[in-house]
Write a protein that binds this ligand. Structure first.
Ligand code: HEM
Length: 345
C-alpha cells in the first residue's frame, strides 16, 4: 500500500503553532517586554493540555454514558486509564507554574495593563472541563458573572457542557447499578422492603462504625444517616451510590472491586490535582498582583479563593473516607458473595 510521506512540520502544523505568538508590547510604538513571550507561550501550553484532557474526559463520558458498562470487556479499564492520563497531565500543569514564577511582579507590570480584559477567566476550555467533570451552574462561585467576559459562541459551548451528563452524574448512575445489595440472594437474615438502613450488612456496619467513634465525633452518626440513607437533590451522589462506593472502598481487595476502586481513587486524585493547581495559581496571583483586581475584572485573589473552596467536584467521594473502619473489624461477607467478587474460575 502506498503511503504519502508525512513531513514533521506539516503533520504538527508547526507553521500555525510557532507563528501564533503576538505580544502586545512588541507592536509598533511599544517598548517590548521580554517576559510577555513566556506569558503567552505558557498560556498556550496550558490550553493545549486542556484540550487533551477534554479529549480524554470526552471519551470517558462516551463510554460511561452507555446504558451499562460491559463488565466482560476492557471498558472500565479504558476509563480508568484515560482518567489516570488526565491526572498526570494536571500534575504537569501544576508544575508549570514554576516556570511562570521566574517572572517577577515588576516584569509582569511592564505589559500587564495591555492585556485587559484578557484573563484566564476567559478560558472557556477550563470552564467546560469543570462542567464536564460535574460542576453544576448552581454550585459555581460567582455564577452571576462567570461567563460575563466570554463571547456568545463560547457561552453556548459551556452551557451545552452543563446540560449534558457529567462524569459525576455518570459515576453516580454506575454506582447505583452495583448489584450486590439488590436482592437477598447474597445475604442472610431478613431484608425489610427497600429500607437500606435495615439491611443486615448496613445494620452491622453502622454499629461497628459508631462504636469506633471518638467522643468529639458523635455528629458523624447524623452525617452517616444523611449520606447513606437520606435523599437530597442538592448532592451529586445518591445514598444508594454512596453505599456502593463505600462498599468498594472497604472491599477493594476483591478482584471484582479492584478497578472500581481505582476509578474512585483517580476521581479523588483529579480533584486533588485541580485543587493543587488552584492553590498554586492563587499564591502566584497574590505574589504578582497582591490585592489588585484581575485583568478579567473579578476581585482577583478573592474570587479565586471562593472558587477553590467551592469547586471540589468529587468531594462527596473523598468524604466517604470519613466512614471507613479498621480492616480487621470489617464484617465478614457471606460465602456466596465472596465467590461472586472473586475470580470466576
Ligand atoms: C502572572 C500570572 C497570572 C496572573 C496574575 C493571573 C491572575 C488571575 C486572576 C486575578 C484571575 C481571576 C479572574 C480575573 O482575571 O479577574 C485568574 C483566573 C484564571 N486564571 Fe490566571 N493568572 C495568571 C496565570 C495564569 C495561567 C498561566 C493560567 C493557565 C491557563 C491561568 C488560568 C486561569 C484560569 C483558568 C482562571 C479562571 C479560574 C476560575 O474561574 O476558577 N492563569 N487569573
Amino acid at each position: 500500500m502506498s503511503h504519502t510521506p508525512v513531513y514533521y512540520g506539516e503533520y504538527l502544523q508547526l507553521d500555525k503553532i510557532i507563528d501564533a505568538q503576538f505580544p502586545e508590547s512588541f507592536k509598533d510604538g511599544q517598548v517590548p517586554a521580554h517576559d510577555e513571550m513566556l506569558f503567552i507561550i505558557i498560556h498556550q501550553a496550558y490550553e493545549l493540555w486542556f484540550k487533551q484532557v477534554l479529549f480524554e474526559v470526552g471519551s470517558v463520558l462516551e463510554i460511561m454514558n452507555q446504558p451499562s458498562i460491559n463488565d466482560n470487556s476492557s471498558e472500565l479499564q479504558t476509563v480508568v486509564h484515560r482518567l489516570h492520563r488526565s491526572v498526570t497531565i494536571l500534575r504537569v500543569l501544576v508544575q508549570q507554574i514554576d516556570i511562570l514564577e521566574t517572572m517577577t511582579p515588576i516584569e509582569f507590570l511592564e505589559f500587564r495593563d495591555m492585556l485587559r480584559p484578557a484573563s484566564g477567566f476567559q478560558s472557556w476550555q477550563f470552564k467546560i472541563l469543570e462542567a464536564k467533570l460535574g460542576l453544576k451552574f448552581e454550585d459555581r462561585f460567582g455564577k452571576e458573572y462567570y461567563t460575563s467576559q466570554l463571547k456568545q459562541k463560547e457561552i453556548d459551548i459551556i452551557k451545552k457542557a452543563e446540560d449534558g451528563a457529567s462524569l459525576l452524574q455518570l459515576v453516580n448512575r454506575w454506582l447505583e447499578r452495583m448489584p450486590f445489595f439488590e436482592n437477598d440472594k447474597y445475604w442472610e437474615g431478613e431484608i425489610i422492603g427497600n429500607n437500606a438502613a435495615q439491611h443486615p450488612f448496613w445494620l452491622t456496619y453502622q454499629r461497628i462504625y459508631t462504636e469506633g467513634l471518638m467522643e468529639g465525633e458523635r455528629n458523624n452518626i447524623d452525617f452517616f444517616n444523611k449520606v447513606f440513607y437520606t435523599e437530597d437533590e442538592s448532592r451529586g451522589l445518591s445514598p444508594k451510590a454512596c453505599r456502593a462506593a463505600l462498599f468498594i472502598l472497604l472491599y477493594r481487595g476483591y478482584p471484582m472491586l479492584e478497578l472500581p476502586f481505582q476509578l474512585l481513587e483517580v476521581l479523588i486524585e483529579m480533584d486533588n490535582q485541580l485543587g493543587n493547581w488552584r492553590y498554586r495559581h492563587i499564591n502566584m496571583v497574590r505574589r504578582m498582583i497582591g490585592s489588585r483586581i484581575g485583568t478579567g475584572g473579578s476581585s482577583g485573589a478573592g474570587y479565586l479563593q471562593g472558587a477553590m473552596d467551592k469547586h471540589n467536584i468529587f468531594r462527596e467521594i473523598t468524604q466517604l473516607n470519613s466512614f471507613l473502619i479498621n480492616t480487621k473489624k470489617l464484617p465478614k461477607l457471606p460465602a456466596v458473595l465472596t465467590k461472586k467478587l472473586g475470580y470466576n474460575l
